[in-house]
Every structure is written in C-alpha cells, then in structure tokens.
Design a binder for this molecule. Structure first.
Ligand SMILES: NC(=O)c1ccc[n+]([C@@H]2O[C@H](COP(=O)([O-])OP(=O)(O)OC[C@H]3O[C@@H](n4cnc5c(N)ncnc54)[C@H](O)[C@@H]3O)[C@@H](O)[C@H]2O)c1
Length: 484
C-alpha cells in the first residue's frame, strides 16, 4: 500500500503558545517531502504509512499555521431555528475534518464568515490521490496554507489548521484537546466509488481510512468533548435504489402483527458506499451506548463551484473534478460540453439520484450545526434538493450548452458500474427544508456556476481523463495505475 500512501511534511513545533500549536517549518510547506523536524513527534512517526500486516497507520504531522486570535462569536448563526432548551448547545467552535476538500473547504469558509471559530483537520491525502493517479482539478487550487492566509487577509478571520490523519488517534486527540470543538463536521474520507473499485489495495484503504477514521472521531468525542455534536457526511448511495420510497434514515415496518421503526435498509453498491454504511452503524451504536449526539447527512451528488466565499478571490477557488474517478456526473458533463467531447452516459442513462448545489451543502451543514441533535440522538437527514436521471442531466446540459453556442452531443458508453440502469426512485428530503433550507435549483446554477467555469478553464482539461477507467467487474488484487 506504500504506493498509495507515502508522504510526510516538514514541520517545526512551536513551544511558545499556551496551546500546543505546531507550525510549518517554512512558508511554502512541501506537501510530500520526506522528513520531519519535530523531536517530540517521534512516537507518531510523521509519515502517512500503511502497514498492511499490522493494519496500523501512523501518520503524521500536527500543524496549525495560525494562532487563534478571534473571540468566540457572541451571537449565533441565524439560519434555522432552535427548538427549545433540549437543543441549547450552541456551537461556537466548528472543527471541519476534510476541510481542504471540495465540500469541506467551502463549508469552512462559510462557517468562518458566519462567525464560527473554525479549525480545519486534513491530511491532504486528496491532493496525493491526484499526484498518484495523474489527475488534477479543473480549477487551479492554492495550497491550504495560502488559502487560509488569503482568507485571513480578506476577512480578518483566522482558520486554524491541523495537518494529520484522523486514523492516528494520538494526532486526533491533540486536535480535540487543543481546539475544543462544539461541533465536528466530518468530511474527511476517501469519497470516490470508482477509487475504491480500482484494485484490492484501494478497496482496503478506503474502508480502513473511512471506518477507522470515523471510529476515532467517535472515541475522541467520548473522551474529550462528550457534548460535542457530530455532523457526519454520509451518502444517499447508502440506500441503493429500492423499489419503494426512500425515507430519511428510518422506516416503520409491521411484521407478523408487530410494528417497529427501524433503520432504513442499506444496499450500497461499491466498497466506498459500504464504508459509509459501516460508519452509520458505528455512529448509531455510539449514540445509543454513550449518548453521543450525531447527525448523519446522507448527501446526494454535489455540483457546482461557486459559493459566496470561494468566489471572493482566485486563491480561495474550490477544486473541480471532472475525471472518471473523482468527477461527479454533472460536473463531468459540463466539462465534456465545454471541450466538445460527447456527454458520456453510462448504459441506458435511467440511473436516478439526488443532487444539490455546493451552496446548499454549506447551508445544510450550517443548519445542522445550528439545530444540534439531542444527546443520544442519531439523526438522519437526506441532503439533496432535486433528483434527476443521467439522461435528464444530459438533456439539461445540452440545452444550456446550446444557449452558449456549444455543439453538445451525447453518447452511451458501456456502464463500468454494476447498478440498475432503469429503476424507481423517490427519496424523501424534507427535514432540512423544515429547518430552513432555501435550495438553489439546478436551473439557476447550470450556466453560472458550472458551464461558464468549465469554459473558462477548458484549456486545463486533460481529455484522457474523461472516459471511465475503473470497472466494477474487473477489480483484482494487482495494484493498478489507472492512467497511461
Ligand atoms: N462530493 C460529493 O458529491 C459527495 C456526495 C455525497 C457525499 N459526499 C461526502 O462528503 C464528504 C466530502 O466529500 P468531498 O467531495 O469534499 O471529498 P474530498 O475528497 O474533496 O475531500 C475529503 C477531504 O478529506 C481529507 N481526508 C481523507 N481522509 C482523511 C484522513 N484519514 N484524515 C484526515 N483527512 C482526510 C482529504 O485529504 C480531503 O481533503 C465525503 O465524506 C463524501 O463521502 C460527497
């Protein structure tokens, strides 16, 4: 597995601060350099290493670029309504695990803008996946350090940074003790279904990274911040495509004359989606056993680039994945339209899923934090705003592309996945709307937040990355490099 994860960062640990902050050794921290200057971290072995035999990954690097100087906000975010004393735990300090990623970065900035004290925890492994697979974001993205510095210079707001792997409990414990979060938003997982289906080692990595990372977060909350609200990103893909309506987390069933409300059945269709199912079970169990308060956000497919905050400066731009491994359907179609590549519909194209704008992702997380689950409550929200089939998406992109003068064609390519290509799909998604979500609809975003960006950056597109390169059926034990 060393071919997937072998990295470390050069860092010096500052002892001047009351809190144990760890500062980068130089301004331009080199992401994948091979040594660590800290004397105190010996036991942590500051490298991202996967030792398959002992299944213990010791990572790390603990860092923050900026000391906390902000006072906790005196007023709370106003979106959503608190419904009484049982939900009185108002979060002021939000820890964003995976805050260097697509959803996490936009969320970190949004919460910082809303007056929360924000810390990002990330091991930057998403950037490493790109290096190893020969992929790149359509938009150029700055280093996490420059992103945070830019945000500080534009807004005066500090975002703390802890670089390390949440699978390393010692690292995670330090971040909890140092930052003392009121809410933890957990985006920090390997999130691509195709990535998890490349080969055995990626399948094992995905499940280890996601399940153990989440388990560590649960133990950290129990040990250090038991009143802290966990907001965990799950996926609508946990449910699969059953031939009945999909409820929000639970279904009431009458069986042999007896009735109970039970977790909605899960039918995940990749090793990635299965890791999310395991996470949900672990979270539900610890809510019951330890009284943890948690919200599982079963998110649909996210599209779009712009949020109010990321649009403020090019150094704040979000990543935008269009390749066959990390690109989500709509983002991919827009890039394909921009470069004159036919839209690649997998199989019959009747695959229907829930979708949402990245601006709604940040809104939903804010609503979940502002209205926390009660102690011991395992709450599930289906986080999407509209559902579309792949054929419907292709038709929408074709129409919008024509308005911009693009000649958009569509082809059907053999489906690399194992999934129903025509099926019933009706998923409930009312709980976030009841809390105050005001959705951005695709019709409003398609041109501004997607196609225009795809056109602006089309010279950066590597057309070799457009076609799917990972087959669900051909996964094997041999380590694979997916690009030529
Ligand atoms: N993007 C979508 O369309 C979508 C849809 C449904 C659910 N989700 C969920 O939302 C979350 C975020 O998705 P995203 O698109 O932003 O993914 P992303 O890959 O862009 O971001 C994930 C971040 O987590 C970090 N990370 C991964 N493992 C880590 C570890 N062990 N320790 C510390 N950091 C780690 C990565 O470096 C990366 O910055 C994921 O859990 C994903 O499953 C995303």
């Amino acid at each position: 597995m060393a071919h997937i994860l072998s990295t470390s960062c050069c860092l010096k640990i500052s002892s001047s601060s009351k809190k144990s902050y760890f500062k980068p050794s130089n301004e331009s921290l080199t992401l994948f350099s091979a040594s660590l200057t800290s004397k105190t971290c010996k036991s942590l072995m500051p490298r991202l290493v996967w030792h398959e035999k002992r299944l213990a990954r010791k990572c790390v690097v603990r860092a923050t670029t900026l000391p906390t100087s902000q006072e906790a906000p005196t007023t709370q975010s106003t979106s959503g309504s608190l419904d009484g004393s049982s939900r009185s735990s108002k979060a002021k300090r939000a820890m964003i695990i995976g805050g260097d990623g697509y959803c996490g970065w936009a969320t970190a900035l949004h919460l910082s803008k809303k007056g929360y004290e924000v810390a990002i925890v990330d091991n930057l492994v998403r950037r490493l996946f790109d290096h190893q697979l020969g992929l790149d974001s359509l938009t150029p993205i700055s280093s996490i350090h420059n992103r945070i510095r830019c945000w500080k210079s534009l807004t005066g707001q500090t975002i703390e940074l802890f670089i390390g792997d949440i699978c390393d409990f010692e690292f995670l414990a330090e971040t909890f003790k140092s930052f003392e979060p009121d809410a933890v938003v957990h985006f920090g997982e390997q999130r691509s279904a195709p990535y998890s289906m490349i080969d055995r080692s990626r399948a094992v990595f995905t499940q280890h990274n996601n399940v153990i990372g989440t388990l560590n977060v649960l133990f950290a909350i129990k040990e250090f911040r038991e009143d802290c609200h966990l907001v965990k990103l799950g996926t609508m893909g946990e449910y699969g495509t059953p031939n009945i309506d999909i409820e929000e987390g639970f279904i009431t069933i009458t069986h042999n004359g007896r009735t109970d409300t039970l977790p909605y059945p899960k039918q995940a269709s990749s090793f990635y989606h299965l890791s999310k199912v395991h996470d949900s079970h672990n979270i539900a169990f610890t809510c019951k056993a330890w009284g943890i308060r948690a919200t599982d956000l079963n998110q649909g497919v996210v599209y779009g680039l712009r949020t109010d905050e990321t649009a403020m400066h090019e150094e704040l731009y979000n990543r935008f994945d269009y390749d066959g491994v990390f690109g989500t359907a709509l983002n991919r179609f827009c890039v394909q339209a921009a470069v004159g590549h036919p839209l690649t519909v997998y199989g019959k194209g009747g695959q229907t899923r829930g979708y949402l704008d990245i601006r709604d992702t940040v809104q939903c997380v804010e609503l979940a934090i502002a209205n926390p689950a009660n102690p011991g409550e395992f709450r599930v929200f289906n986080q999407f705003t509209e559902q579309f089939s792949v054929n419907e998406l292709a038709a929408l992109v074709t129409k919008a592309g024509q308005k911009l003068g693009l000649d958009v064609q569509t082809i059907s390519v053999p489906n690399p996945r194992v999934e129903a290509e025509e099926h019933y799909y009706n998923a409930k998604h009312t709980k976030l709307v009841e809390l105050g979500l005001k959705p951005y609809l695709l019709s409003d975003s398609l041109i501004d937040s997607l196609l225009n960006f795809a056109i602006k950056y089309k010279d950066r597109v590597d057309t070799k990355q457009i076609m799917p390169s990972v087959s669900w059926r051909k996964i094997g034990v041999k380590p694979r490099t997916i690009t030529a």
